[in-house]
Design a protein around this ligand. Structure first.
Ligand SMILES: Nc1ncnc2c1ncn2[C@@H]1O[C@H](COP(=O)(O)OP(=O)(O)O)[C@@H](O)[C@H]1O
Ligand SMILES: [Mg+2]
Length: 318
């Protein structure tokens, strides 16, 4: 019978160890499957991008966009849905941003703010409607020269494992120049505190002596890089989320000074930053619900902008 077959203590611990090893392995596999799934979805986006040759190729006989020109942007009845998705993200959007204007885009999470920036950066094409820059469809411009005119910092920006200087200049270059931009975004104290200053290597991945940065400091480096690129259109898409409200306000104030005559688009979940802007575009469920300066939007006490602003103002007063 069953009980006749005695199991030794050694056998028991052997089987237990085997079961533990098996369950660890299974957990590892399920973790990898999840990761594969996530990556597959990311690579879908990437291949969609590569597949759509019309994003890169020149349509019409237009040449490079003049490099020093300030940009005027117009969306004409732009509708957009992501590939393999039914959801209408932007629904017949029309507006015009004038040369040199400072524009803030506000709206709830998922309203389509980042999607708007992606379209403008030619990462996707609208389903219908037109996007014009200086009066021409953006697809008529040479791809590289067009992108050189846009300097965008996204929420999920990355720094490279190079020196701070190289991260800011995007190449090896003048130390003084990198330091100057770094000071403008509020990194002076941090850099002065580092033994190697602006030449410090970022991250410990390749070098133990590399420095680490807080989320807020890393964001400042990314913003310094965007500023240094010296493009005609500067876009900040919530890059300042790891900064405290005061540091963010400081950056936005400097930014207006720094971008000077350039056209600039700011996206922030903190409403305080839109006070500095000429006009604010309020996006609500894929449509533009208002586009006006701060003072004017605040008059509509039933509007989304007023509600968002007052909710946050309350948070700060507490
Ligand atoms: N690559 C994608 N594929 C499918 N849907 C997406 C993709 N990226 C964003 N979305 C969806 O588009 C909507 C708008 O997103 P987004 O533009 O990032 O909003 P916001 O920046 O205003 O928070 C959201 O519902 C989001 O889930
Ligand atoms: Mg976003």
């Amino acid at each position: 019978a069953y009980f006749d077959q005695a199991i030794s203590l050694g056998d028991v611990s052997f089987y237990i160890a085997a079961i533990i090893a098996l369950s660890t392995a299974l957990r590892g596999i399920s973790g990898l499957l999840t990761e594969m799934n996530t990556n597959a979805r990311l690579s879908d986006d990437y291949f969609d991008y590569l597949d759509d040759q019309s994003l890169f190729t020149l349509q019409g006989d237009r040449k490079a966009i003049p490099q020093e020109e300030t940009l005027e942007i117009e969306f004409r009845n732009v509708t957009f849905t992501y590939p393999r998705s039914e959801q209408v993200i932007l629904d017949g959007i029309s507006f015009k941003i004038n040369k040199g204007e400072k524009i803030s885009i506000v709206g709830l999470n998922g309203a389509g703010k980042t999607t708007f920036v992606k379209l403008l950066c030619r990462l996707y094409r609208p389903k219908s409607g037109e996007i014009l820059v200086n009066g021409r469809s953006i697809y008529e411009y040479d791809y590289e020269s067009y992108l050189r005119q846009i300097s965008a910092v996204f929420q999920d920006f990355k720094l490279f494992s190079y020196s701070l200087k190289e991260n800011i200049l995007n190449e090896d270059g003048d130390e003084e120049e990198a330091y100057k931009v770094a000071c403008k975004v509020g990194l002076k104290e941090k850099i002065d505190s580092l033994p190697e200053g602006i030449n410090s290597l970022y991250s410990k991945i390749f070098d133990e002596k590399g420095i680490e940065l807080s989320g807020g400091e890393a964001q400042k480096v990314a913003i310094a890089r965007a500023l240094h690129k010296n493009a005609s259109l500067v876009i900040l898409d919530e890059p300042t989320s790891a900064l405290d409200p005061i540091a963010e306000a400081e950056i936005y104030m400097h930014f207006n000074e720094l971008v000077e005559e350039k056209t600039a688009i700011y996206i922030s979940h903190r409403m305080s930053s839109s006070v500095f802007c000429d006009r604010i575009i309020v996006i609500d469920s894929g449509k533009i619900s208002a586009i006006a300066p701060h003072a004017e939007l605040m008059k509509d006490t039933e509007g989304l902008y007023y509600k968002l602003f007052m909710t946050q103002a309350q948070n700060y007063q507490e």
